[in-house]
Design a protein. Sequence first.
Length: 146
Amino acid sequence: MTSKRLNYYAAAPQAMKAMMGLEKAISESVLPLALRELVRIRASQINGCAYCVDMHTADAVNQGETLRRLAALSTWKETPFFNQQERAALLWTETLTLVATTHAPDDIYEEVAAAFNDQELAELTFVIATINAWNRFGVGFAMQPE
């Protein structure tokens, strides 16, 4: 981790321990890892977190994600490369990442909920919330990819 600012790991170890506990729980999600990485990348793109985009793109490639799909992620609505569940996850990602603007309306919730069972939807929301939190650290503390 390269940062031009505060080392938040060292400055708040108890809070970091809690964040890492949340990450551990998410790592045991029933959601496919590939889907979780797409969500992390898309939220990080929206939030302008270069560190997280770089890290999760590398992780996705290492797990077998195609460069074509990764290149098209920011235009997922206009491409045929993503299945129904991925499209729903990306819609929910954008909706919650931009919640101050979108307010998560019922029609979007219903569309997303149709693609996931209750556990999957709750876990998807935790993935989205967590990457948005990490993005605040990445952007706020000016983290740079190495």
